[in-house]
Design a protein. Structure first.
Length: 385
């Protein structure tokens, strides 16, 4: 597997984050949030042991290990079947992990396959590292969003070095069936391709039977990326990680992490450890919130069926809904946030060099308790049209 230290080019504007910088904290109703319901430090510590509060109060504020402290890496490793603490490298959120993984796994001129639409960093980082990148589309079918593995096979080249996947998928909420997921893992193994799997929404599938095995458990060269932000609803901790049994690649990532975060914040690592030990309770709570919000969206969309439709998320807390109005989703979303203070992500955010997403989709988030209020405001806006 190539482990590049290639020249990195200037990155394009991150369209999603640029849009959020304008609206995320000014819109009255954040109805496109990608994370699950968050909590306070006090609420989180209440899920821990009797000693956790005292330990947090006396926690030192020095540096921690670049790879992450032992208690945290042990807690992360406990969420895997085949990975041990030595297979875990902590990062400052999933974005830092994506930043290094998606450029260091390739050399200039190598080929990468990613799904589209996607989280923009997944394609922009390898492109900036000099790789060629092909987008394989998720398809909006009657039964939901899916990706065709024949399309993935058709995109393969002799120089394909990485296949990046993201299930549960952002923004569609799609999840592959286990047999197709295993076929993808087997394809990567057969061709000597590294599978990079963004698994940040794993754990809040509405049907636990749809939960996929983690890539790092299935393949010794695969990379699993996860974070406390999405399924756990704790983005303020800024704690993410890479799991891989390829220790040479982990060592390369660690050397490059020295140029960015160096190490995580000690208090964040402590709180993330508490959260992971209470992970089942936190994810169960967040899954219940998603399950309660989905019927509310169903009801609203049914009442405006001429304008709105969707496939509820199979996994995660976001879905890529369809807008049927003649003016298109981009104008609809812009008018909605300007006139009613309701934030949705329009399809244009997901238009990139690899994917020209049609002007009829928008991302909606269903992982927060504030969703009912946002739907009420959306309903009122639609009623005034």
């Amino acid at each position: 597997m190539p482990m590049s230290e290639s020249t990195f080019q200037r990155l394009p504007t991150f369209r999603l984050e640029d849009y959020f910088s304008r609206w995320e904290f000014t819109a009255r109703h954040h109805l496109t949030a990608s994370d699950a319901q968050s909590m306070s430090i006090g609420e989180l510590l209440a899920l821990g042991s009797d000693d956790d509060r005292a330990a947090f109060d006396t926690l030192g504020l020095g540096y921690v290990e670049t790879r992450g402290g032992d208690p945290l890496r042990e807690a992360v490793a406990a969420t895997y079947d085949a990975c041990e603490p030595q297979d875990i490298l902590m990062f400052a959120g999933a974005e830092e992990a994506i930043f290094w993984v998606m450029q260091l796994a390739v050399e200039p001129g190598d080929h990468v396959i990613v799904p589209v639409p996607n989280y923009q960093a997944f394609e922009a980082i390898p492109l900036a590292a000099g790789a060629e990148v092909t987008g394989v589309p998720l398809v909006d079918t009657e039964s939901g969003w899916t990706i065709d593995l024949d399309d993935v096979r058709g995109a393969l080249r002799p120089n394909t070095r990485v296949i990046g996947m993201n299930f549960p998928h952002n923004p569609t909420g799609a999840v592959l069936d286990p047999a197709r997921w295993q076929d993808l893992v087997d394809l990567c193994e057969e061709r000597g391709i590294r599978l990079v799997s963004d698994e940040v929404y794993r754990g809040v599938e509405r049907d636990a039977a749809r939960r996929l095995p983690q890539a790092a458990d299935l393949s010794p060269t695969a990379v699993s990326i996860n974070v406390m932000s999405k399924a756990y609803g704790l983005p303020g901790l800024r704690v993410g990680w890479v799991a891989s049994r390829d220790h040479a690649f982990l060592d390369l990532l660690e050397r490059h992490k020295h140029y960015t975060s160096i190490c995580n914040a000690g208090p964040s690592e402590f709180l993330a450890t508490v959260a992971l030990r209470a992970g089942d309770r936190i994810r169960d709570r967040n899954r219940d919130i998603v399950a309660a919000n989905v019927p509310l969206v169903d009801d609203l969309f049914a009442r405006y069926a001429d304008l709105l439709s969707w496939h509820p998320p199979v996994g995660g807390s976001v879905a890529f809904a369809r807008y049927h109005g003649p003016e298109g989703a981009n104008r609809f979303c812009r008018e909605l946030v300007e006139q009613a203070g309701v934030l949705l992500l329009p399809s244009e955010i997901y238009c990139t060099p690899l994917s020209d997403v049609p002007d009829r989709y928008f991302r909606i988030g269903v992982g927060r308790r504030s969703v009912p209020a946002g739907l009420t405001a959306l309903d009122a806006h639609l009623g005034r049209r």
